[in-house]
Design a protein around this ligand. Structure first.
Ligand code: BGC
Length: 839
């Protein structure tokens, strides 16, 4: 028996994260005859002194063990914690971990400083003496983006800090262990600043600059902890110097120009004491660090017909390219990012106004080169240089928030496996501190609709509770000035964006993302934190519709609705399904979720939201359903919503209508942002799994494997962002890395593998696989918050389907094989064989 995944507020060994309210979690791997936890004991210590001991707690919840409020933590302090678990067979295990608090609400000794002149990049420096280097910590925030160096060594292994958040509501402090970086005697700290999301160009159609501030800022303290105590040995103040930066141009969209000839220049002046005026207060971080998570060598160095040199890294990824430079002084090398070649030539017009370049000017010294204050979404890099380059000089690094993959699917169909990989990369590439629409063109924004649509699939595939905690804090902050409505983009772009007030199903992210986070990871503390925001969005809609007559239907407003669906005669990006039907359906869904959330949290107002959701449903049925209980919106999305949101009582027949609509459309889907994530789920739920699998396996446009056949390594924004001849669709808005249609994977996990949660955090699951001979075999695994589930099936040569199902320690599962009654099982491995006859 082994205890694993010890986490504090869903982060492993958090250093300087916000940890209030304090919540512990862990998983247990056990042998076959240990079925469930009898008790767990949690101990917490500070400097070796015990400050909390739960004793043998029979109710201890491994998904969210909340410490009593009277356990008080101190700033800048390391805590050890330990879990012991006793299983029902008498076996036990023990494991330990630790966490360290940041500055919490301690007053800062450091002051905000800013370069004297407004600039797009600067280096703020200070020399200082250390008598006795001890355990040292750096507490820092730099705006827009910063990297901090002590004696020339970078503090920490994260990039693009402090990340992208709603700066006008909160600023995040990072804590670094800099113990090894200090030396006895003179030391130097240098904070490199760039524009980032804070000050640089952001937003499409040219966008805006100086959104959150028009200067660069930094605040920092280094604390040295020795036997004789803890001392703040460096703090930002008016004595710091401002040095010119070798970075002479930078922003997120256009890239960076780095002139190495400007390295190590003398200070040009001092700093001002100046606080970022338009920003929220400083607090310990919630953002996961952005780290290098993968590397790619050049797959092919291409000389194009026109004579360009283009590097192909074989995967569309988010990050940057680093290279070894050994060029004479003054040599300039420029890399330009692109996602696709056109007729064998480099192309990046689909990135719109984003220049996506990195230029390096050599100072004649050998150097390992990389960008600092930007990132790219790319598969290809064009190299412009009057110099010799070779493939082995370059490496691509994938950067993203540092979360783990927890879900895997492997089938007997290589194209379906490639689709899984594409969906996974779509998510990894678009979860860089904020869930973004795309990582490459002049957007890379936290569009709430895209984030909402993918959230179920993302929670199946990746461990995201801490990632979403931060996004949802920003969302609630933005809601606080929009009367509870959820904006289309979080963090919100303040000026001029259309319809900031709640477009369906973008704004529904405010309810659906926290709910999916709770369902998948089972953390009630987090649900309680998000509950006010969830409720606020439903209350906002209620107020709106009540002023329009109180029928409990959404009767107006702008809604993206089934965005990019193909069922409209007009080639507009809006689908044909009545947006007000969709908006009312989501209003119902959100009210229902708030009722369920209130029930889960034991709040009395569950009754009020249950009543509201019932009333909305009645109104929807009256207006949008005929006397047979079938949806009157004549689209795939209309029927899929009716089935999946239980709007109809006639699921079977509505499913028949849906399957017929697919047949009438030549066996193709024509859905957009609303219909696509639920289409296959609705078909399987209503008894048409074969049609759902046919849609999955359809290789023609429009369908998932169409892009796989055209060599995609991520999911495209439109079903036909690339035409069959390999040219980019002339319609515009063609990102090749939009994750929305990767939402098919939730169906793969929930229905085809058949692993579906029936209690939050997978404490209980429903395992109902839907084998299909066309896929040959399939194996799905999810390392859930409650442990690892697996569901595999294969068609054997002798006409059987063989199932293998694994259920983790201290959980319970209901297994339903096709056409059979449910079997209830606890932890263990179960195999079944069923005759299905020859091919
Ligand atoms: C984005 C989308 C986003 C949409 C809003 C696009 O430009 O890339 O994914 O949700 O605008 O309709």
């Amino acid at each position: 028996m082994k205890i694993d995944h010890l986490r504090v507020n869903n982060v492993t060994f958090p250093l300087g994260f916000q940890v209030t309210p304090l919540s512990f979690s862990w998983t247990v791997e056990a042998c076959e005859n240990a079925k469930r936890q009898e008790w767990a004991r949690i101990r917490l210590s500070e400097n070796g002194e015990k400050i909390f001991d739960s004793g043998e707690d029979r109710k201890a919840d491994s998904l969210d063990y909340r410490l009593p409020a009277d356990v008080k933590l101190s700033p800048r302090t390391k805590y050890g914690w330990n879990v012991t678990v006793l299983a029902d067979n008498g076996e036990s295990a023990e494991a330990s971990s630790s966490f360290e608090t940041g500055k919490m609400d301690e007053k800062w000794k450091g002051q905000w400083i800013s370069p004297e002149k407004e600039t797009s990049a600067a280096i703020l420096k200070k020399r200082f003496i250390v008598k006795e280097p001890g355990e040292a910590r750096l507490y820092i925030c730099g705006l827009g983006i910063y990297e901090c160096y002590i004696n020339g060594e970078k503090a920490g292994d994260e990039f693009l800090a402090p990340g992208y958040h709603s700066y006008d509501f909160n600023l995040q402090v990072q804590t670094y262990d800099v113990t090894g970086l200090l030396t006895a005697g003179e030391n130097e700290i240098a904070i490199w600043l760039g524009e980032g999301w804070f000050k640089g160009r952001l937003g499409f159609d040219g966008g805006y600059t100086n959104l959150y501030g028009d200067r660069l800022y930094a605040i920092a303290e280094i604390w040295n902890n020795t036997e004789s105590g803890s001392e703040c040995i460096v703090r930002t103040d008016e004595t710091w110097k401002n040095c010119p930066s070798p970075v002479i141009f930078n922003n997120i969209y256009d890239g960076e120009i780095y002139d190495a000839q400007r390295e190590d220049m003398e200070p040009e002046g001092g700093v001002l004491l100046a606080e970022p005026e338009k920003c929220g207060p400083l607090g310990d971080r919630l953002s996961l660090p952005i780290r290098k998570k993968d590397t790619f060598a050049v797959r092919e160095l291409i000389r194009t017909p026109k004579g360009d040199t283009v590097l192909d890294f074989g995967q569309n990824l988010t990050g940057w390219v680093e290279f070894e430079c050994d060029f004479p002084e003054g040599t300039q090398i420029t890399l330009t990012a692109g996602e696709i070649l056109q007729k064998g030539e480099f192309y990046h017009d689909n990135l719109r106004t984003a220049k996506t370049e990195f230029t390096y000017i050599s100072n004649g010294k050998k150097a390992h080169v990389r960008p600092h204050f930007t990132f790219y979404g790319f598969r290809y890099m064009k190299v412009d240089c009057h110099c010799e380059v070779s493939a082995d000089m370059f490496t691509a690094y994938h950067l993203r928030s540092d979360f783990d993959q927890i879900g895997w699917i492997k089938t007997g169909n290589v194209k379906v496996d490639q689709l899984f990989s594409n969906a996974l990369w779509g998510m990894k590439d678009n979860l860089l501190d904020v869930p973004t629409d795309c990582p490459q063109r002049d957007e890379r924004l936290g569009w709430t609709g895209d984030a909402q649509v993918i959230s179920d699939t993302a929670c199946y595939s990746l461990y995201l509770p801490a990632f979403y905690r931060k996004y949802l804090r920003d969302m609630r902050a933005e809601q606080s000035i929009l009367n509870g409505a959820v904006p289309n983009i979080v963090p919100r772009i303040k000026q001029g964006m259309i319809s900031e007030y709640g477009s369906c199903p973008w704004a529904d992210a405010g309810v659906i993302i926290p709910w999916n986070t709770y369902l998948h990871y089972g953390n009630k503390t987090l649900l309680a934190e998000n509950y006010t925001g969830m409720k606020a969005w439903v209350d906002y809609q209620r107020k709106q519709e009540e002023t329009k007559g109180g029928s409990h239907l959404i009767k107006g407003g702008f809604h993206f609705a089934d965005w990019l669906a193909l069922d409209h005669d007009d080639p507009a990006p809006f689908g044909a399904t009545d947006p007000l039907y969709i908006a009312s359906a989501y209003y119902y869904k959100c009210a229902d979720i708030v009722a369920q959330a209130a029930e889960a949290l034991g709040y009395g107002e569950a009754v009020e939201y249950r009543k509201l959701s019932d009333e909305i449903l009645t109104s929807i049925r009256e207006k949008y359903f005929d006397e047979k209980g079938l949806c009157i919106c004549p689209t795939q999305t209309g029927s899929a919503l009716a089935v999946q949101f239980n709007l109809t009582e006639n699921i079977r027949e509505e499913g028949d209508v849906l399957a017929q609509r697919v047949r009438d459309n030549g066996g193709h889907l024509n859905t957009g942002f609303v219909g696509t994530p639920i289409l296959c789920q609705a078909l399987t739920k209503s008894g048409h799994n074969d049609t759902a699998v046919s849609l999955l396996l359809n290789e023609e446009y429009p369908g998932w494997l169409y892009s796989v056949n055209l060599g995609a390594t991520t999911i495209w924004e439109r079903w036909n962002s690339v035409l069959p001849d390999g040219t980019i669709s002339p319609e515009g808005m063609n990102s090749l890395n939009h994750y929305t249609y990767g939402s098919i994977e939730a169906w793969m996990f929930a229905d085809v593998c058949g692993i579906r949660l029936s209690r939050a955090g997978f404490r209980r699951a429903l395992i109902a696989p839907h084998p299909d001979r066309r896929l040959g075999h399939l194996c799905g695994r999810i390392d859930t918050a409650a442990g690892t589930y697996e569901s595999c099936w294969e068609y054997t040569e002798d006409g059987k389907v063989r199932y293998e199902i694994k259920v983790p320690f201290s959980t319970e599962a209901q297994i339903i094989l096709p056409g059979e009654d449910a079997v209830i099982v606890d932890a263990g491995t179960y195999t079944f064989e069923r005759n299905v006859g020859p091919k």
